[in-house]
Write a protein that binds this ligand. Structure first.
Ligand SMILES: [Zn+2]
Length: 79
């Protein structure tokens, strides 16, 4: 299991997510993002806007995801 924060995943708070794989982690992060969206949390809405802009450019988005995956892999395994 590895741990990353909402911040590290392009979000806006220190909420932590723990997962076995990067895919699992992005699912947790997405669920949290939806939660914050429903609460209309301004910081997360802004972070989401940035993500939406990034998604307009698939190449940039892939690059960004690659970097996040590397971040994930660089995290120490939880014991
Ligand atoms: Zn957050």
């Amino acid at each position: 299991m590895k741990t990353m924060t909402c911040h590290q995943l392009g979000g806006a708070c220190d909420e932590t997510f723990r997962a076995e794989t990067f895919e699992e982690l992005t699912e947790l992060s997405k669920a949290h993002g939806m939660d914050m969206f429903q609460k209309q949390d301004p910081a997360h809405l802004e972070a989401m806007n940035k993500m939406m802009q990034l998604m307009q450019n698939p190449e940039e988005m892939n690059k960004w995801m690659d970097e996040r995956r590397k971040d994930f892999e660089a995290q120490p395994d939880d014991v």
